[in-house]
Each structure stands twice: as structure tokens, then as C-alpha cells.
Write a protein that binds this ligand. Sequence first.
Ligand SMILES: Cc1cc2nc3c(=O)[nH]c(=O)nc-3n(C[C@H](O)[C@H](O)[C@H](O)COP(=O)(O)OP(=O)(O)OC[C@H]3O[C@@H](n4cnc5c(N)ncnc54)[C@H](O)[C@@H]3O)c2cc1C
Length: 1067
Amino acid sequence: MKVAVIGAGVSGLGSLKVCLDEGLEPTCFESSHDIGGLWRFKETPEPGRANIYKSVVINSSKEMMAFSDFPPPAELPNNMHHSEVMLYVRLYAEAFKLLQHIQFQTTVVSVRQTLDFAATGQWDVETETRDGQRETRVFDAVIVCTGHFTQPHLPLGDFPGIERFEGRYFHSWDYRSADDMEGKRVVVIGIGNSGGDIAVDISRVAEKVYLSARSGAWLVSRVGEGGLPADLVGTSRMDMMMGKLFPSWVNKMVENKLNKVVNHKLYGLQPNHGFFQQIPLVNDDLPARIISGRVQLKPNVKQFCGSTVVFADGSVIDKVDVVVFATGYNYSFPFLPSALQAKSGYRLNLYKHVFPPALTRPTLAVVGFIHGLGAINPLAEMQARWATRVFKGLTKLPSEKTMIKEIEKDTVTMHQRFACSDRNPIQVEYVPYLDFVAEQVGVRPNLLWLLLTDPRLALNILLGPCTPYQYRLTGPGQWAGARQAILTQWDRVIQPFKTRVVPEPETKPSSKRNIIMFFSGSVACSTKTKCFLPHNIAKDLKYDSSCGSDWRRFKENPEPDRASIYHSVIINTSKEMMCFSDFPIPGHYPNFMHNSLIMDYFRMYADNFQLTKYIRFNTKVLQVKQRSDFSHSGQWDVETENKDGKKEKHIFDAVMICIGHHCHPNMPLHDFPGIDTFKGKYFHSRDYKTPEEWRNKKAVVIGIGNSGGDIAVELSRVTKQLYLSTRRGAWVLNRVGDNGLPLDLFFNRVLNSVRRILPFGFFCGLGERQLNRRFDHALYNLKPKHRLFSQHPTVNDELPNRILSGTVQVKPNIRRFQGSNVEFDDGSVVEDVDLVVFATGYRFSFPFLASQVVTVTENKASLYKYVFPPELARPTLAIIGLVQPLGAIMPISEMQARWATRVFKGCIKLPSVASMLKDIQCKEETMAKRYVTSHRHTIQVDYVEYMDEIAKMVGVLPNSLRLLLTDPRVGLNVIFGPCTPYQYRLRGPGKWAGAREAILTQWERVAQPMQTRPCDEPQCKRSYAWLLMISAAVMGLAAYINRNSLPSFLQDPAALLDKIKVYWPAQ
Ligand SMILES: Cc1cc2nc3c(=O)[nH]c(=O)nc-3n(C[C@H](O)[C@H](O)[C@H](O)COP(=O)(O)OP(=O)(O)OC[C@H]3O[C@@H](n4cnc5c(N)ncnc54)[C@H](O)[C@@H]3O)c2cc1C
């Protein structure tokens, strides 16, 4: 029997293989020059073909998208990049020798029934080669596998004014990469998976991306609970059964769970439909992009006016450069007779989406034209197995009348069940559909039988993910390897993670105190001149052309001895926790700001308090020396040099040093033997700016601090492979906490008190458990030897997803370099490495100070409370911002400055030298006990504790109890709310009248930047689940009480059984 297979994408290849298995004679026609269909990346979109963009990583995990008798190699990542999907598809084609059956560059232009079709069921298949040669051949059957992402749906008619839009617009089908989007304002219309991906992709370079969603979407991650691929957990047959028994309860449960990850309403994502009514949006990076304001959700676009976009809520965005229509696809089968393209509603008239019912002989099947909450491959392959059985006459289809009735019934069910559209009329329930088709083929797993004969396997099938191998255990096409494939599926899931041996945990000293609960990233101190204003003591001198320190306008080229940031830096501390205490960050600013916005805020601050007039830009301080009469005047000689080389001497009554501690890169080259032989390029993370240069190269990032994590993630989007080498591993935190709120807002005074009471190990354990629930740090090779609060944690929202997709591979420490090879401590070698980034931290020093004033050894400075040199005759010199808190540095710097100025003025007395030295020693010992020994942990402070300690000395510590009595609303906020800096402006010197209001409105400022798309209240669905559960409980109780008459009770369990029976496997 000769079968024409049209298309050599995954559906076509699967069909080809099935034909060969069934002993048929297939010929596959493929209009392009290669296999893979959609997964073959094309630099330029080819009309009539599916196209993908450079960054596509598959949403389905490898075990769920596998061909049923060809498990993907264990070492392939779980969620593969499109190039790896192509690799897998090629392996499949080669393993089953499929290529010899494919005629490339041959397009099928028409498929017509032969004149004697009624007797033979044959088809005239007309093809055209690339050079225009046409040929018609007769086939006994035809399988159509031409995909459904080929005809972009561009509904321009729905967008008045688009024809006069002054920017550029195109369909997502044309999108390749964000290369030409730098600095642009982009509107992406449509919140399907392409829309979400493209919005995130572009947001990394664009000025801003507006994601316009008419109906919202449920957002799910690829990284599921514990870090396992999300489609492997919660998708078992048992889960399906529960979903069928208690649909609204399960739906509610899922939605609640998703809202716990990000509050869909707060994020503007809230859809009108239930979770199971539409394919969800799979995107791991979107929450962090929304909370950092890089992507802003918007409602439907109402109209375009020039380059302005008007949205349905009346909001307007001006100067839009680009609009991407991620508005889906139309389907078409131009080569098929129109009679076969009849419709039922707006759905194609196909019995179970495969067979046209009106054919007198069932010898044509459409394969892969389907959509379910799962991968398409297994669905397409199963359809092909059914089709070939039908072609051979081994499986009978129902009568035409029955099929038409079924189609109509399915169409109605589909409309009730799913939020369908005319472009997505192919929605099915994944497992029930697979089971139905499998039953037709005779390959549906017999669960009851398996429970008796092979319980291990049966439990895997019932409780494990519904992987495609389950349909190869029995019946036609049975595969001897199926059982083993099922039993080893988790091994293959785990294998790609095994890139670093996770060390055994260290036994840590148990200390009850010493725990911090705030997070920080690469933040640095900023200008503190404002503190001087009321006291009029001195002026700050800055060798710089603007204010802002680390955050100072992004520098294309790092400048010597200056902190430097990379293009993409987004702060790790949220705006309410990082602002100056009397100057809240505007409500509409995103919670986690891009470096450019932080600069804007600093400028606003400087302007508001007229600070710039006190700053001498482009002025470098060369020397700060005690004057000869220092012991009684406390004065300093300060020598400066301006940009023209002009030196000047000044006398100051006091000096505050605010030079940051991210200026001098720490490059421990001596720890890396052979680095001198390294043929690639290497530099410190400080010199890293953008990833572009490293496209398709191999890169190693050393160090998993905040810079290392950020740079690894960013590079991994363009490199061929990125290796992240870590000696110790790290605990990785998110910016986005529960319900999508900034994580650092969850830590309040109550929690701070709790952690003081609980033993160190226990408290760490609680936090570690929480982090492991997000992703298992051992599985992801990140688990460190030390406890959660023994190291400055790494904050990174995107790293887990990059590890799951294999684009970042975690490796141990580097043993040595040899030419362009890098050998790791576990003996593994990576060849042809092009780039090594040393994200190995910084060292600080004060070269303009005499060493006896502040001694720095091993990144340690002997300073009282990290501010005052203890042995000065007069306390007129303060170091500001030389701390590494688990929280923001800005409020701490400000508090230190408030303290310093009070000390300078003599309003506050410092303790005796001996007491200060004792305090310093005590701090050092505590630090040594608690933290991993490293130059990174020499200036570590606990945010709340340290702030409170200094605030108490300044006299501005909020009195919580008193507040509770006098102003309970504020009192409750101070105790239970986030420990925002405004709390230190409620009383005492520097009291600010706006502090109370700032505290009471802090949550409004958190929500405001995300309120960009009005969301309807979710539809209140009536749930009968409780009724059912209560009934079940009552039945159980009745059965127990009447257990003597149980046999008779069991005689009529019909109602319940009828419900369950649908899910029982075929006998
Ligand atoms: C961005 C993106 C991400 C996706 N991610 C996933 C995912 O995570 N999981 C998942 O399961 N699915 C995903 N999909 C869906 C994807 O379409 C399917 O997984 C699958 O690749 C479809 O394969 P196919 O063979 O049916 O179609 P295609 O891959 O489109 O192949 C059709 C083939 O037919 C050929 N052809 C067409 N017309 C003719 C003709 N007249 N004559 C000869 N040859 C012809 C084409 O050249 C092409 O090679 C994604 C789709 C997109 C766009």
C-alpha cells in the first residue's frame, strides 16, 4: 500500500515511521530541503512555512514530547533549545532510516480523489519540484502533516488607524530576534506563548515593551515544583481523574496555586476564563520583567494615531516604534479539495481531528492538526498509528452519519469546555484524547491488568507523568523497550543536571543569633551630601561628572577605579526598601528598577534637595591628611585634582568617605594554573557590558555571586554553551516573592524577632526548604556546603530556567587552563572555550588616607560599626556605605551619614577607644563564626538589626509599643509591615512630616506600577466539589457504621462507579 506523507516536520516523520512499522510503502514530500519543519530555524522567514525565533526553548519537556519508541538521549536538557529539538529529530530520522523515504524540495500542489476512488480509495497526488517540474502519482492513502503555524493571522481590520501607523509593524511569524529593537518602544499584541516570549525577549534591549492582552492568560513556568519540569508534575492519570471528578475544585486549586506564584490581578494578567479553558502562557521570565517594569501589561489596543497607541482603557503610549502582532495563525490546506475542508462551526469537519467523514473510503488523514495541554508529537504520532490501521482496514471508523454526529457533539463540547477561537478550533483534552485514539489502535495501557501483573509499572503509569511510552506496552506497534523507558524516565530527567558533584553539607556552628533576612545585590552607596545641609559642615567632593556612583549613567567603557555596571542591571532590592527615608520613589516607578531609572531617582533626589551645588564634579581627592593640630581641631587637609590636572588644597572640619566598594576588581589569577596559556579572552565581570560579542561562542563564568549569576544568564541567551563554575555553590533567591510581591517586603520586625529566638540551623532549614520547593538546589547542582544565612545569597529569577533548558551548565571549580581547554575539579574538560568571565568580586581600599587612619587588610577595615576609625583623636572622619547588607545599601548609608553628622557636631559621643575596639573584635568573631571565610564576607550586616542599632544612637529608632498605643495603624505597619526606611523618620533628629503617610501608602506604591491593565473580577464559579467531598465522606462514614451490611451497600455504587469508569483503561 503506497502512502503519500505530506510534510517532514515531527508529524510527518512520525507518520513515516509508523507507515514503515505497518509494512506500508510511504513517500514523504517535503517542500523545503530539510526535515524538522517548524524546528528548523531559518534566518529569513520562508513564506508558507512555520518559523521560530532565535531564542525559542520548547515548552514541553523532553520526556513528554518524545516519540513513543525513541526516548531522547539522557544528556539532552529537559526543556530543549530549538537546535536541540532539531538534533533529537535528526537522531530519530537517522535511527529509523527515514531520510531515504523523503523527497525534499518537492511541494504537494494538489491531492485529488482518483476517478475510481469509490472502488480503490486512491489519490492523485500532484507535486512540483523546486525547478518547477510537476508530476502526478497515484497513492493508496495520504497523510497530511503540513503543520498549522504557517499562515499568519494579521487582523488589521480590528485596529483602526494601523494603516497610518508611523512605526513598523509585523506578525510574530516574522520575528527573529531583538537585535534591532535596542532603545525602542514596542507594543506586542497578544498574550499567547509567542507573544509572551517575544515581549520578554525584546524587553531585554528595548526602552519598554507594552504587552497588550485582550483576555489575559494563566501564567505557568517550565520550572515546576522542586525544579522538575512543570509538565511532569501534577499531570498524572490520577491527577486527571481528580480533575474529572472535581473539576471546579481542581480548577480553583490550580488557580490559587498560580496566584500564589504571581497574583494575576496585580500583574494585570487575570483572564476571564478558567485555567483549563485555554492553553496557559508558559513563561518563566515574565514575572520578573513585569515587576521590573521592563514589560507593562496593557488592555486591548483601541486605535493607532500616528505613532501613538490608544488602549481600551483610554491610556495612551506615544512614540511607539514597533508593533508586533502575536495574533496567531490561520490554517489552510490549499492542496486539498474544498469538499474535504467543510466546517463544523469554525472547526474543520474532521472526525476526531483526523478523518474527513464524507469519504467513501477512509484513505486520507490529517495528522498533527491538534492542540492540547501537552506536546504535539505524541498526539500526532498516535493519530498516525490510528490512520495507518484504518488505511489497512484493521480498524473500522463509524458510519459517516455517526462521525458527523460525533464531530458536532465534539464541537459543542469544545465550545463549552474551552475558550476557543476561530484560529484555535482544534483544542482537545490531552490524555483523554490520547487514550481515545489509543483505544482505537488497541494500545491503551490496561491499568488494572498491570496493577496485578506489574505493579511497579502500573504505579508509574497511574501516578507518574503520562509519557508517550505508555502507548507502546501492548498491541500493534508494541515496543520491547517501553517498560524500561517508563521505569527510567526520571533518570533521564535527572541526567542533564549532573554537571557538578554537590558537596556534603558542612556542620555549622550553632549560633542563635546572626541571621539576616534581607537581600542585596550589587548596590552601592550614593551621594550623601544632603546630610550635611542642615549642619553646614563640609562639602563632599566627587571625581565624577554626575552624581549616582555605581548607578551613574551606564558607562560603555569601565573607568579605572570606578564601579561599573552592565547594560542590563536591574536592582535586586525593591524600591520601597532602597529609597532614601524622606524621599519615596514615585509610585509609578517599577518595584525593581533598571539602572537608568535608579539614576533618574538619584537625580530627582539631588534636584529636590539642591545637592548638586555642593558637589564638585570631575574632582579627584588625592589625599586626606590630619592637620598638625588635629588632636584639638579635628580638621583635615584635603588635596584635590580637577580634570585639567589643577591641584587644590582645602581644609575641612570633617570628612565623609563614600567611595563604594565595587571599584577594584578581585582577579585571583594565581588560583587558576595555566591561565597564561589560555587562548581565549578573559576579563573581570566589571569589564562586562553586553553579550553580543559572544554569540555562538563558548563561555565560562567563574563565581556565582550576583554579578556571576546575572552575567551567566545573559550570556547564555546568545552563547553556544555557558558554563557557570562555582567552588561553593549558592542559595538562590528570587526578586519575585509569594503572590508576585517583592520578596524583600516580606521581612519585617516580627520575622526578625522570630529568627533571633530560633536556633540558627533551624531557621536556615526553614528558608532552605522554601527555596528547595522552588527548585531543588541539589538537583540543580547549586547546593552549597554552607547554610542559607552563612553566605551572601545570590538573587536571580531566571537562573533555574536557564539550567533546566541546559543553556547554563553548573560546573565545579576550575582546576586548570590548557590552551583553550578548561579542566574542572571533577576532571571534566570543556574544549574550545572562547571567553572566561571572572565574577570574583571586589576589593576595597582608601589610597588617599594614611594607613594608620584606616588599615585595610584582606578586605577588612577596622572600623567602629563600619563607620568610624576607632583610634582617631577626634571623630571627624566617617566611612559611609562600606557595608554588605542582606538588603539595600542606600538607607544604611543614609543612616550612617545621619549618625556621622551628629557625631561630628558633638551631639552624639562615641564610646571609648577600648570599647570600640572590643566591639570591632566581637563583630569580626561573630562574622567568622557565621559566614564562609571569604573576602566577600568582611563587611556583612543584618539590615534591620544594623539599622536599628545606628538609629538608636541617632535617636530615631521607632518605638513600636508606643506607636501601637498612640497610632495603632502605623504601629501595626511598623511591626508587621516591611521595614521600610521611612520608619526612621517618624521621630527624633531629621524627623520628616511625610513619614507616617509614606508608611501608610507604601503598598499602594508597590501596586501602582503594575496597574496597567484593568482586570475583571474572576468569574465566580460555583463549585460542587465540597458537596461531592462531603457526600463521599458521608458515604464513607455510612459504610463504616453499617460495615456489617457493607456487601449490600456495595451492591449499588453505580453512580460513583459510572463517573470513575470513564477513566478506567480498556480491558
Ligand atoms: C514558537 C513555537 C513554540 C512551540 N513550542 C511547542 C512545544 O513546546 N511543544 C509542542 O508540542 N509544540 C510546540 N509548538 C507547536 C509545533 O508546531 C509542533 O510541536 C510541531 O513542531 C508541529 O509539527 P508538524 O510536523 O505538525 O508541523 P511543521 O513543523 O510545521 O512541519 C510541516 C512541514 O510540512 C512542510 N509542508 C507544508 N506544506 C507542504 C506541501 N504542500 N508540500 C510539501 N511539504 C509541505 C513544511 O515545509 C514543513 O516542513 C510550538 C510552535 C511554535 C510556533
